[in-house]
Design a protein around this ligand. Structure first.
Ligand SMILES: [Zn+2]
Length: 418
């Protein structure tokens, strides 16, 4: 009951906020603008835009502006989750197979509305949601309900059903007399053009393709589509102005996807310096999803901090190092949904644990993600940019886990948490 009334109050607060076009004068201890840290800066927001940011002696406080003191905090651009599945939740609660096969879309959407709210409250004001995993185009509907102000949540870029090669994807292991619903849409050869267009028509902002999957002779990951097939998808999506992104964990899958012209590669577990250099050369960014591997390994019995690192983890550390050495663009995205929505910061903590410097991680989750995902006027605190702002207690450049201490969330000029 308490939850319900809090929610009702929250909605009332929201509709109030929607009706207002306020001007705010924000005073944190420091501002991370998406590139650099500035001690003592203030930020002015008017309507849904940032109108000024800088040292207080250089900024005139607009008449009637509401001053918000954010003592002890760092103000930064709303964080951008590079790889989410709002329609999934942790596999140690319910296996992926059961979520896809047994749960109704209505049930999954109900859960997703909570996931969306938790994501926003954790300071992630945008997500790139890479596949509904068997829930059709529910992601398109969730995105619209957030945009319409029906439910609180982040801005969304959605991939819809995603594309897999026939025979490769799950759920699997049933009597072949059954036509089992899959976690993504199968297509091959010339049919890929039709399916890509169909997904675009149904609301996909991004085309996601599985360039490899665990369908090898012994269940190991192996490439799925040929380069020619991947090119058909990329070209078809591109002519509509949409990017294609690829799930790939094998080196060959990564190579084919890179040469076919995808914009980002997800996972890349078997990537080495050679393939990451090729990606850099072709302008393909890398989303490592460290947190998904970390979570799944723990679900499989690894006692993190007690047991030594299993092979999957030590291999991933080596591979992530080679990506850093190769200088490929690193976008921040954890495959959240495999683990709990709202715990998105885990990916950033792991990026640090795996050797990335904190300033680069902060850039990655803000300005680098925004640029790579073509998010115009987001990811930076700059005059004219959209007012997606988050304040965290402390200084994340000193301790990245301070990103968990979110005390203020604004999206599109509307305050969701204060
Ligand atoms: Zn994923």
């Amino acid at each position: 009951m308490k939850l319900l009334s809090t929610f009702t109050f929250f909605l009332a607060a929201c509709s109030f906020a929607f009706a207002q076009s306020n001007t705010y004068y924000l005073q944190p201890d420091r501002v991370f603008d998406g590139t650099e840290m500035h001690e003592g800066w203030v930020v002015v927001v008017s309507g849904n835009k940032i109108t000024d940011a800088g040292a207080p002696n250089k900024i005139t406080k607009p008449r009637g502006a509401i001053t918000i003191s954010l003592n002890g905090t760092t103000l930064m651009p709303g964080m951008i989750e590079g790889h989410s599945h709002l329609l999934l939740y942790p596999y140690n609660q319910t296996s992926w197979n059961d979520q896809v096969l047994k749960e109704s879309d209505a049930y999954r959407v109900a859960r997703a509305t909570v996931h969306a709210k938790n994501t926003l409250m954790a300071g992630f004001t945008t997500v790139r949601d890479l596949g509904s995993e068997g829930a059709g185009y529910a992601d398109v509907g969730i995105k619209k309900s957030i945009e319409d102000g029906v439910i609180p949540g982040p801005r969304m870029l959605v991939a819809g059903r995603a594309i897999v090669a026939t025979g490769s994807y799950g759920p699997k292991g049933f009597d072949t007399d059954f036509d089992v619903m899959l976690g993504a849409e199968p297509a091959d050869g010339n049919d890929l053009i039709r399916v890509t267009r169909d997904q675009i028509g149904k609301g996909a902002d991004i085309i996601k393709v599985y360039a490899d999957y665990r369908w090898g002779v012994n269940g190991e990951a192996a490439p799925t589509f040929s380069i020619e097939e991947l090119k058909l998808i990329v070209e078809t999506a591109k002519s509509s102005g949409r990017p294609t992104v690829a799930h790939a964990s094998t080196k060959e899958g990564m190579r084919r996807a890179t040469l076919a012209g995808v914009e980002t590669i997800e996972h890349g577990d078997q990537g080495d310096e050679e393939i990451f250099r090729l990606m850099k050369e072709k302008g393909v960014a890398y989303c490592a999803t460290l947190a998904a591997g970390d979570a799944i390994t723990q679900y499989n019995g690894w006692k993190k901090g007690i047991d030594p690192d299993p092979e999957r983890i030590t291999d991933k550390k080596v591979s992530f190092k080679s990506a850093m050495n190769a200088g490929v663009t690193l976008v921040a995205g954890g495959d959240v949904g495999v683990y709990t929505h709202g715990e998105n910061v885990i990916e950033l903590e792991l990026m640090r644990d795996y050797g990335m410097d904190i300033m680069s991680i902060l850039k990655s989750v803000t300005s680098v993600n925004a640029k790579t995902f073509h998010l115009k006027n987001l990811g930076e605190i700059k005059s004219g940019f959209l007012a997606d702002l988050v304040a965290v207690k402390g200084d994340p450049t000193k301790n990245i886990s301070d990103l968990r201490k979110v005390s203020f969330v604004m999206k599109d000029g509307v305050i969701y948490k204060q």
